[in-house]
Every structure is written in structure tokens, then in C-alpha cells.
Design a protein around this ligand. Structure first.
Ligand SMILES: Nc1ncnc2c1ncn2[C@@H]1O[C@H](COP(=O)(O)OP(=O)(O)OP(=O)(O)O)[C@@H](O)[C@H]1O
Ligand SMILES: [Mg+2]
Length: 253
């Protein structure tokens, strides 16, 4: 039957997470962690790409802190996993989530996962203990290498129509597996999924037309891929490895 309403199957539910706003009223002490992080000081609203948004920037600029707060505000366990993963090892997440207002799609994502960089091991233990390993390729995640278990997660557990928050997934992956991960991401994006990824990898951050947010001492701003240090430094290094090493080592001496 023809749909005359204009609202039909073509209307995508994406982005599942449209934007977040940091609610400043109610913050008791802006000089305290996490509000003291320079990148968060001037944060008002951050909008997300329907397909892929990256958080990049130097170590310690606040990417994980914001990612965890977003995950928590969206109903994920801040220690990582699906919305049903209720394990807890210790309370390291900040109170930032209480001040994050997410604007969601009219339609909730049917799948989702939060990969927290530091707690994949704990999550794997929880999954082995409680969840059905069938959806991870039928094999204990601890019985697989870090990279193998991450790829199992990506290929077997992520089903599409999902919101996936990943903090430094490259930690597990060889360069060629990072390319495979991009290919799997592409399939999931085509299958109505949205990703938010914190990364340092020039390969992993190469998803076409993605939105890239650079976290720094001066705040959070959007940058284009070719202007990132990650791209430039990697390209210069690979093209001029010997000269760069010489300059680096000369400086040390
Ligand atoms: N529980 C905490 N209490 C106080 N300060 C913290 C806490 N956790 C993190 N920080 C500080 O907050 C800042 C941001 O940390 P965060 O982990 O968000 O950085 P990041 O951008 O994810 O860095 P990386 O690229 O190294 O993962 C850092 O200066 C860090 O030392
Ligand atoms: Mg981090």
C-alpha cells in the first residue's frame, strides 16, 4: 500500500544521538574535575554525525571523560558493554553524566555497545560469566587474543540499527585489522548504525565524510581529516622516515 504521509521507510532513525548539551547550572565547582578539563570549559552543545563522529586530540584532553559521560547519559553501563551489562568493578566514572542532556532520535536504537578502553578485560569476564557467548562467535572472549576478541565483538555482536560508542578500539588491532574494522563499520553504517569513536589512529579515523572533533587546551572544534596531526605526522613520517629520525635523534643528543 502506498504511504501518502511522507513518513515511511525512507525516513532514517539516525542519528540516534543528535546532540548533547552541557547543563552548566547546577555545577558546584567548575574548577574541579571533570569540569576543569580545558576542552569542556566552554562546551555548550556538540552535534553528532548520523554515521560516524570521532573524538581526537592529545592524551589527557578529555575524550574518554566525555565519552563515558555520554554513554552513561544514554543508559549504558559506564564501565562498558550493552545496556544490559550491569557489572561494576569500581566507580571511576565522573559525575559529568548528570550534567549532560542528550537529544535522541524519535526512534531508539535497537542495538548498542560502549567499549571503554580500560575495561575490556572486565567486560570479557562479565560476558563469559553471564552472557551467551554464542553471540560472540561461540568462544570465550578470554580464549581469544585482544584483537581477535574485539573483531568477534564487532562482527558477531554488533547487529546493526545500533549506537556504538568506542574508546580507542585500535588498541587491539593491527593495521590490517583496522582496515577490516573500517569495512565492518561501513556495513553497520549502511545498516542504520551510528558510531562515536575516540581514537589516535589515522587509519581508524578515515571513515569518509565523518565529523572529527579535536579536543585541546582551547576547547573542542571540528577539523578535516587532512588537517589532523594524526594524518600529517603519519604521512610525513612514512614518506621521510630517515630524515625525521635523524632530526629526532640529533635533537636528543
Ligand atoms: N578520576 C579522575 N580524577 C581526576 N582527574 C582525572 C580523573 N580521570 C581523568 N582525569 C584527568 O582528566 C583529564 C582527561 O582525562 P581523559 O582520560 O578524559 O583523557 P583522554 O583525552 O581520554 O586521554 P587519552 O588520549 O590518553 O586516552 C586528564 O588530565 C586526566 O588526568
Ligand atoms: Mg582516553
Amino acid at each position: 500500500m502506498r504511504n501518502n504521509s511522507g513518513v515511511g521507510s525512507q525516513l532514517s532513525a539516525k542519528p540516534y544521538l543528535i546532540d548533547i548539551t552541557l547543563l552548566r547550572e547546577g555545577i558546584k565547582n567548575e574548577a574541579e574535575y571533570p569540569f576543569s578539563i580545558p576542552a569542556l570549559r566552554d562546551l555548550t552543545t556538540l552535534t553528532f554525525h548520523p554515521d560516524v563522529t570521532y573524538f581526537i586530540g592529545e592524551n589527557g584532553t578529555g575524550k574518554s571523560t566525555l565519552m563515558e559521560a555520554i554513554a552513561s547519559a544514554m543508559g549504558f553501563n559506564p564501565e562498558g558493554g550493552t545496556k544490559n551489562s550491569l557489572f561494576s568493578t569500581r566507580n571511576t566514572h565522573s559525575s559529568l553524566a548528570d550534567f549532560i542532556k542528550p537529544v535522541r532520535s524519535y526512534k531508539a536504537a535497537r542495538d548498542g555497545f560502549f567499549l571503554r578502553a580500560e575495561s575490556f578485560y572486565n567486560l570479557a569476564s562479565y560476558i563469559d560469566d553471564v552472557e551467551y557467548t554464542g553471540s560472540y562467535g561461540g568462544k570465550s572472549l578470554h580464549g581469544q587474543s585482544h584483537g581477535e576478541s574485539f573483531m568477534a565483538l564487532l562482527t558477531q555482536k554488533f547487529r546493526g540499527n545500533g549506537l556504538y560508542l568506542l574508546d580507542e578500539p585500535e588498541a587491539a588491532l593491527s593495521p590490517s585489522r583496522q582496515l577490516s574494522a573500517l569495512a565492518v563499520m561501513h556495513k553497520l553504517v549502511k545498516n542504520d548504525s551510528q558510531f562515536i569513536i575516540a581514537t589516535h589512529s589515522p587509519i581508524l579515523m578515515a571513515y569518509p565524510n565523518a565529523r572529527i572533533y579535536l579536543f585541546s587546551e582551547t576547547g573542542i572544534r571540528e577539523v578535516v581529516y587532512e588537517d589532523t596531526d594524526h594524518y600529517r605526522v603519519a604521512k610525513d613520517f612514512l614518506n621521510h622516515r630517515e630524515q625525521m629520525l635523524q632530526v629526532l635523534f640529533d635533537d636528543e643528543e
